[in-house]
Design a protein around this ligand. Structure first.
Ligand code: SF4
Ligand code: SF4
Length: 299
């Protein structure tokens, strides 16, 4: 995983207290997610909308959905009780940038109350180019984009449709638009000096052989970390793939793809696929201690 020895010093200085990006930091600094953004503008075949976004979070989990005001109360309470808190992320439960009004309001209120907290956001990338300037103005310095393909012929096996500029697109056209928006958003972020991590969901038989090409493209465009996550396939999650018996990868398959991508953007191997309402150090989740009903009204 990322460490000071092999990252440019300026990048290391910015991520050293971010638990998701620095293997060292994840023992000492805490992060929390608030699930304020339920709407999503695409359909991934592996997603059931009843649950959190499967691109950034643990599939099959339903996080506590909060209004921006409730999220502020929760973040302030956690900051008072978890001194290691360094990062607030919004990772759904839908798409944080499509549901922009709620994401933006949450970030604005939290950074006014806790000015030194780092903000990060996850997205499927479709709405990303529209918000890069505002993200930069709000000093969001880490963004995660889920990129599962750089070839729309593969994309159409993963995404049945997208909703873009007021209309629904399907088939290859949908994946072509998504791909272009993801690449444009990535380039815009890098140009603004915002650090970009790329998540890819490894789907055996669909994009496994293709992920080295994804790694090469995102490396070329300046992503600093690539996180290859296994598809967690469970018919109970109601995945469309589940209908055709799509399975997740074995550990050996995941390692083989990671090894093939070894030459490009640095790979992240300690992501825990946290819930969209996770709280605490990576590897622990204190989210259930900070549900709204346990937080005093006085905050
Ligand atoms: Fe589901 Fe996330 Fe895909 Fe939207 S981007 S369909 S919430 S997995
Ligand atoms: Fe970090 Fe992954 Fe958890 Fe996000 S989901 S907080 S990137 S470990």
């Amino acid at each position: 995983d990322a460490g000071p020895a092999d990252l440019p010093p300026d990048v290391w200085a910015r991520i050293k207290d971010h638990p998701c990006y620095s293997e060292e930091a994840h023992h000492f600094f805490a992060r929390m997610h608030v699930a304020v953004a339920p709407a999503c503008n695409i359909q991934c075949h592996y997603c059931n909308r009843k649950f959190d976004c499967a691109n950034e979070s643990r599939p099959g989990v339903v996080s506590e959905r909060l209004s921006p005001e409730e999220a502020l109360r929760k973040v302030v309470t956690v900051a008072n009780e978890v001194p290691q808190l360094s990062v607030l992320g919004i990772a759904g439960p839908g798409d944080a940038l499509f549901d922009w009004t709620r994401t933006k309001r949450t970030f604005e209120m939290v950074s006014e109350a806790i000015p030194d907290i780092k903000l990060c956001v996850s997205t499927n990338g479709l709405a990303l180019p529209d918000h890069v300037e505002e993200l930069a103005a709000m000093k969001v310095d880490h963004v995660t984009i889920t990129i599962n393909m750089v070839d729309p012929a593969i994309g159409e096996k993963i995404y049945p449709w997208i909703y873009f500029e007021g209309r629904r697109y399907t088939g290859r056209e949908a994946s072509q638009i998504l791909h272009e928006r993801q690449m444009l958003g990535l380039e815009m972020l890098v140009k603004r000096g915002i650090l970009v991590k790329v998540n890819s969901v490894l789907i055996p038989g669909i994009n496994d052989a293709h992920l080295p090409a994804v790694n090469a493209e995102v490396t070329k465009r300046g992503a600093f970390l690539h996180n290859i996550m296994p598809l967690i396939s469970d018919p109970a999650h109601g995945t469309h793939f589940g209908l055709t018996g799509q399975r997740g990868p074995t550990h050996a398959e995941l390692e083989a793809v990671q090894a093939e991508c070894g030459g490009g953007a640095r790979l992240m191997r300690h992501c825990r696929q946290c819930r969209a309402d996770a709280v605490g150090l990576l590897g622990e989740d204190r989210g259930q201690s900070f549900t709204l009903d346990r937080i005093a009204e006085t905050v």
